[in-house]
Design a protein around this ligand. Sequence first.
Ligand code: ADP
Length: 473
Amino acid sequence: MRIAHLASEVVPFSKTGGLADVVGALPPALAALGHEVTVVVPGHRTTLKDAPPGEPRGEVAALGLTARLNVVLHRNVRVVLLDCPALYVRPALYSLPDGDFPDNAVRFAFFARAALAALAKLGGVDVVHAHDWQAAIAPLLLRYDGETRFTMPAAKTVLTIHNLAYQGVFPPWALEACGIPRELFTMDLLEFYGSANFLKGGLVSADAITTVSPTYAREILTPEFGCGLEGVLANRRDTLFGILNGLDTDEWDPRRDPHLELPFGGEDDVEEGKAAARQLLGREARLAAGERPLIGMVSRLAEQKGADLLAAALDEIVGLGFDVVVLGAGERRYEEAIRAAEAAHPGRVAAFIKFDERLAHRIYAASDLFLMPSRYEPCGLGQMIAMRYGTLPVVTRTGGLADTVIDAHEEGGTGFVLSELAPAALTGTLRRARAVLADPVRLATMRAEGMSRDFSWKASAREYLKLYERLTA
Ligand code: ADP
């Protein structure tokens, strides 16, 4: 089967979050099952001086702009980077601290159009799999756009929601510059409470919709998690599926992690390996010497991720005897709160306000507990990475967290699940976790449970493939 994935970011070329990890790992897993897989992404780069990645293979035009097709073969996947400096040479992918780029509608309408044109030019595909709002109008264009619908008439479309809160909402007048015909601005298609909603346009047009965990697939049908689109999704519930994300187990492998001094991975060496990682990180984070258990958090600092909860509970967490390392960037108020906690508890709290892959690896390896108290979590990668590194996740019971972490009270427990989203529930759960950390036998059992879980992409890739096969049959 010829399968194309359209997304705004992909590891190792661009990343702001889990989407890039998924688009970096699912296509190679599909290729490994014997399929011809293409990924099309914008050629994001930060300055005109960076060389664009890839070999030039012609160009495509849309909306009065052109994109050069730069092609890289990466893990048996053909990655097409759309090099269009006017749209994709920016200091960041979507926004600056004072807000979104004002031309995001055009940036991603162009992306969808140019990506489809590139696929047609390269010989067409059987399945176009779009991810999130930035690619969501591709299914709409393939179905309804005057010209585009004739380019690959047999192609089936899938749209995956990685986070329903981001929908690509623009004023209706923005559609003209996007080359989207006025006829598509209707209640059945793009229109949503007077605005143009790219994600909605995709949700009503794609042949199938998926999201990244079974629990989130159910949650988004409710007003609490549906972000206003619960009704649109309910109309399509027969073709809405939850497929749990896998993890790139080559990238996240404590046995072969170049960022660790002493790799580990089995019951026999986990304790020693984690102690070495703790020492290494302790020096870098300037943690005071001592045998205190370490809580790690690697996350966007946003309300979604429970950053407010962490900020509210940090003093008490230190009081419970934990050291805390936070790696994250995001909203200024949380960055400041965490910096303030670092200043108030020198040697006990370390704040790294930045994006840093190397440090992330070291935190996953060194920590005893990994904190992820999300308000909602479509799938979440951090908790899975933590388990692979013998670190017990502390999570809320939502979305993918509910699907991947089993509470210590239950058979086969791999972590700790908060009873509710409140600072007191967090500190209560941490007390419970502290007792487990002090009990070497229970700790070893829980670590081993987590480390033996299969989080590889293989199983998920097979599920996607089954879906593609059903659609194209
Ligand atoms: P989301 O995509 O909602 O941000 P996920 O848990 O699905 O959350 O994925 C987040 C990914 O980004 C994980 O691989 C995590 O380790 C990584 N990450 C988040 N913040 C940082 C950071 N500041 N530095 C390095 N990696 C980070």
